[in-house]
Design a protein around this ligand. Structure first.
Ligand SMILES: Nc1ncnc2c1ncn2[C@@H]1O[C@H](COP(=O)(O)OP(=O)(O)OP(=O)(O)O)[C@@H](O)[C@H]1O
Ligand SMILES: [Mg+2]
Length: 389
């Protein structure tokens, strides 16, 4: 779930920085029937238009009936969709609220639907909320006359900052307050943008802490590789992996990868032989859950491999990251992208995530060839890139 979805206001009390609009929308719904039958909420993106409509519906126990831009494609379609909704009571016998979200998003081709929309405003027995960024185009002249107008303003930087600080505290994101200030100013009144930036920042933070963690691990493992490969075996060397924050299996992969970098000829053969003994114990541990064998796995890797050489070694050897770990890591990355694409897809078309995962090859094909769908699903760059593979 994205942070903007998670923190979408659940009721009008949670709408921030739009006090006047909230009062007016409450009044509009409460007094529906006395004045105009539709209200246009207009203003800059990410300031709460859609959220206010949804919260108002929830708070008044109204079922939302939503129309999108594509429903305006033609008059007939609009009347087949909207008229029945306006004429019938909902199944749960709840009252409704009709939401025409982003009316300024309709394309020129679909203007034909506008007069029909206006006719429907006259008929609607339910309050209607229309949202738009810009409503001053002359094509909306008639629509504007039929509706009350309610302007939403950019959300002030202070309010954005407070909200971002709150979210970051709840999410446990310990993000520097200077960062939050900067991000709130940069948002220029668009709260959604600010929350999205926070999310990106938090991902980056995870990313950097993983990298740092990997680096620390690498320093530790490099040191122990050096000791085992270069120095003479001692009792002390058997404890060498204690300070390496890595599973013994991963350590084994590092040895597997780097033995040829250090040992040649007979030494190489002996070292591989000892590695294979460690691997035998590893197998027994897995099969029999006999954890005492861990000691042996450990000894073969440390003391064992150290003793494979005749003399201690000097000089610098650059050790490589095991390619198998890299492979595993890359595979994991792939499933991360796949999962997040499926998450968005499943929410969008209302199927389970499991089914989306199963049908992924098809979904991927569809996404790959269709930028509009990428947009509809709100895929980020990494996800789009992954779909192209
Ligand atoms: N006034 C607000 N109070 C609290 N949260 C808000 C407010 N405005 C925006 N948000 C946050 O930003 C997200 C997006 O807001 P919303 O969809 O309501 O914006 P909008 O005005 O409809 O934007 P657009 O013009 O792009 O449709 C919400 O899910 C919520 O997390
Ligand atoms: Mg909106």
């Amino acid at each position: 779930m994205t942070l903007t979805e998670k923190y979408r206001p659940k009721n009008l009390g949670e709408i921030k920085g739009q006090d006047e609009a909230v009062v007016k929308i409450k009044y509009f719904i409460k007094n529906f029937g006395k004045g105009k039958r539709a209200i246009i909420l207009y203003g800059p993106p990410g300031t709460g238009k859609t959220s206010i409509a949804c919260a108002a519906a929830k708070e008044n126990d109204l079922e939302i009936f939503e129309l999108n831009a594509s429903d305006f494609r033609n008059k007939e379609k609009l009347s087949t969709i909207l008229k029945p909704a306006v004429e019938q009571k909902s199944l749960e016998k709840k009252n409704k609220l009709i939401l025409v979200d982003e009316v300024d998003g309709i394309s020129e081709l679909d203007y034909g639907g506008l007069p029909e929309l206006i006719r429907i405003i006259d008929l609607t027995p339910y309050p209607m909320i229309i949202t738009a960024n810009d409503i001053w185009d002359k094509k909306f002249n008639l629509l504007r006359k039929k509706c009350e107008l309610l302007q939403l303003k950019e959300i002030s930087y202070n309010i954005i900052k407070t909200i971002i600080s709150e979210i970051s505290a709840i999410e446990g994101l310990s993000i520097d307050s200077d960062f939050i200030t900067e991000l709130s100013i940069k948002a220029k009144g668009d709260l959604r943008a600010a929350i999205n930036d926070l999310q990106t920042l938090s991902r980056l933070k995870d990313y950097f802490s993983i990298i740092l963690d990997e680096r620390n691990k690498e320093t530790d493992i490099f040191n122990s590789l050096r000791k085992v490969f270069k120095e003479k075996p001692t009792n002390e060397i058997m404890g060498i992996f204690d300070s390496v924050n890595m599973s013994i299996d991963d350590i084994m992969l590092w040895f597997e990868e780097n033995i040829p970098a250090e040992y040649k000829g007979e030494e190489l053969a002996r070292a591989y032989d000892l590695l294979s003994k460690a691997d035998i114990f590893k197998g027994r541990i897995y099969k029999q859950q006999y954890w005492r064998f861990l000691v042996y796995e450990n000894i073969f890797l440390s003391y064992g491999i150290a003793s494979a050489k005749k003399n201690s070694k000097t000089g610098f050897t650059s050790y490589k990251k095991p390619s198998r770990i890299l492979q595993i890591w890359m595979n994991n990355q792939k499933t991360i992208q796949k999962k997040s694409i499926c998450e968005k897809y499943s929410q969008y078309v209302h199927v389970s995530q499991k089914r989306a995962m199963n049908e992924f090859p098809i979904i991927k094909q569809i996404i790959k060839s269709n930028p509009n769908i990428q947009k509809e699903l709100k895929l980020d760059e990494e996800e789009i890139e992954y779909a192209q593979l």
